[in-house]
Write a protein of this length. Structure first.
Length: 172
């Protein structure tokens, strides 16, 4: 069990897939001291994965519902044990999340299409809380004032230029 951060603790409804099927929630919170996004599957420390902000952005970017596929991302588990977060995309159905590693649960959690926006918003909010170097926000262009009609000038072609003798000097 992870301890929720006061700023962000989000529960995303999901369905447990595997040996036993049931409705469970995925918990998303942050560890601001270590700059990590915490993803907990199954409300136990066995399903815990700590993602850095870059990996969390990759997780969000790979939720592309147009193409089926599987993405594996590195993470840390309890006691800094190496973990792998597996994202499997099923177009028209949703995504499956699983955590692989020593003592990790062998099940996957399916998040349906209707719940995906809530997951993405929670992950983006978590990145904004923990990222020490946030991405710059979009800058609006300065307002321009009309300067009058645009003047077009034709470029003189090199073949039409007048041939003038050139004086070449050696040295200074």
């Amino acid at each position: 069990m992870i301890y929720p951060d006061a700023e962000l603790f989000s529960l995303i409804p999901a369905d447990l897939r595997g040996r036993r099927r049931s409705s469970q929630r995925i918990a998303i919170t942050v560890d601001r001291s270590a700059h990590r996004v915490l993803l907990e599957l199954g409300f136990s420390s066995a399903g815990l994965a700590a993602l850095n902000p870059t990996t969390t952005r990759s997780l969000i970017d790979n939720i592309d519902l147009r193409q089926p596929g599987e993405t594996r991302l590195r993470a840390l588990g309890p006691g800094l044990a190496p973990r792998v977060v597996v994202l499997t995309v099923y177009p028209g159905v949703g995504i499956d999340l699983a955590v692989l590693g020593e003592r990790a649960p062998r099940d996957a959690w399916r998040i349906g299409l209707d719940r995906l926006p809530r997951l993405v918003i929670a992950l983006v909010d978590a990145i904004n809380l923990v990222d020490p170097y946030p991405l710059p926000t979009g800058v609006e262009p300065l307002p321009t004032t009309p300067t009058g009609p645009i003047e077009f000038r034709r470029r003189i072609e090199p073949s039409r230029r007048a041939r003038q003798p050139r004086i070449l000097r050696a040295g200074r």
